[in-house]
Design a binder for this molecule. Structure first.
Ligand code: PLP
Length: 392
């Protein structure tokens, strides 16, 4: 609008202040991106090792992703679950086949938190129980139920007057606590097999197997929140495959749409047997654009052997980037935590000055890397050089 400001509008803050403040923002006014590179308004080119919170799995402008989205936009931009869509059916089949796990039903939704809310709802419905077990340092989202199972949310940002159910938080990798804290009152156990926000913390096969065994013994349902670690990020379709543990449900998002907002709840036959018409619902979930993109993302991962690429690039980062301020590594695949000798925020800022965007986490000494799966060895060398330049 070019109208002259009236005295009332002149008193309003500048236009950018109309946006609700959400996150503290990096000094990085991004205007475009291609491959693994971000371009800023002030003419910088920045290597993206963060991928917009683990989303940009294919980088930017991937031809399969772009074509799927534009062709679907031309063909049919939207219809809800009230009508059958071939593209929705294909996306569900392809996702289940891609998982390689024992699932037979998918509910498409819009965000990670929404997928988790629905997973919990299924667990309460099936078991008739009222309690949930989660893991210390977990992050599951910001809605009422997802916030309730998120470690530290009450003190930080929960905001609702009370949680909708009781939650018991199990210390990480503590198999004894698994037995103590999960019993016949537990409806569900929800766990990120590799914790993201908690610091790229890999919970490991023994702990995840202990959760599976205790759920089997007590009748609780096991939910893997793979919103961040799923869809190839750990070098397998899901972390459940990596650790050889079959959960009753998986929630996933982020890399699922690789930039188009979407999420999914994958259900095992035990869970899907309890599905009733109209118990679940959504307006936008399972829309044709999202489903076309999901198909394209899986096609890209499979046809370009990106799972192998994730594994080899992860190994390369581990071997080449134990330099400068980095003292150790944790995590899995391309959900990597670089332990730093100084606060990770300082290293983050120093990397950004050198044209590399990384991430931080709730662990002040962990720099979190969530790069696109298409990252190349030459990019890893750029990270190594920057870390060496920063120094110990
Ligand atoms: C493991 C995990 N679960 C759930 C969520 C919430 O996802 P969303 O922000 O799409 O609601 C996140 C987001 O970072 C996440 O990392």
């Amino acid at each position: 609008m070019n109208a002259q400001p009236t005295s009332a509008s002149a008193a309003l803050p500048p236009v950018h202040d109309f946006l609700a403040p959400v996150f503290a923002q990096y000094p990085l006014p991004v205007v475009s991106a291609e491959g693994v590179w971000l371009h800023t308004r002030d003419g910088r080119r920045v290597l993206d090792l963060y991928g917009g919170h683990a989303v940009a799995a294919l980088g930017y402008g991937h031809p399969l992703w772009t074509r799927a989205l534009t062709e679907q936009a031309r063909t049919l931009s939207f219809q809800s679950n009230a009508v059958p869509l071939d593209v929705r059916l294909r996306a569900a089949r392809r996702l289940i086949r891609f998982s390689g796990l024992d699932f037979n039903s998918v509910f498409f939704v819009n965000s990670g938190a929404e997928a988790n809310e629905n997973a919990l709802k299924m667990a309460f419905t099936i078991t008739g129980r009222t309690q949930v077990a989660a893991i210390e340092h977990s992050f599951h989202g910001r809605t009422a139920a997802a916030g309730a199972i998120t470690w530290g949310a009450a003190a930080k940002w929960y905001g609702f007057p009370r949680t909708p159910f009781d939650v018991s938080f199990i210390p990480r990798r503590d198999a004894d606590a698994v037995v103590r804290q999960i019993d016949e009152r537990t409806a569900a156990v929800i766990v990120e097999p590799v914790q993201g926000v908690g610091g790229a913390f890999d919970l490991g096969a023994p702990f995840l197997q202990a959760l599976r065994a205790r759920c089997d013994a007590t009748g609780a349902l096991l939910i893997f929140d793979e919103v961040q670690c799923g869809m190839g990020r750990v070098g397998e379709p899901f972390a459940a495959v990596l650790y050889g543990v079959q959960p009753d449900m998986i929630t996933t998002a982020k890399a699922l749409g690789a930039g188009f907002p979407c999420a999914a709840l994958l259900m095992s036959p035990r869970v899907s047997a309890a599905l009733k018409l109209e118990a679940l619902g959504t307006t936008f979930g399972g829309g044709p654009m999202a489903c076309a993109v999901i198909e394209a993302v899986i096609e890209a991962i499979e046809s370009e052997q990106l799972l192998e690429r994730v594994r080899s690039t992860s190994a390369l980062i581990r071997s080449r980037c134990l330099v400068g301020p980095v003292t150790a590594h944790q995590g899995a695949g391309l959900l990597l935590g670089l332990r730093t000798s100084r606060p990770a925020k300082q290293i983050h800022a120093a990397l950004l000055e050198r044209g590399i965007l990384a991430g931080t986490s709730a662990d002040p000494l962990i720099l979190r890397l969530l790069p696109p799966f298409v990252l190349e060895a030459a990019h890893v060398e750029l990270l190594r050089a920057a870390l060496l330049d920063i120094g110990a």
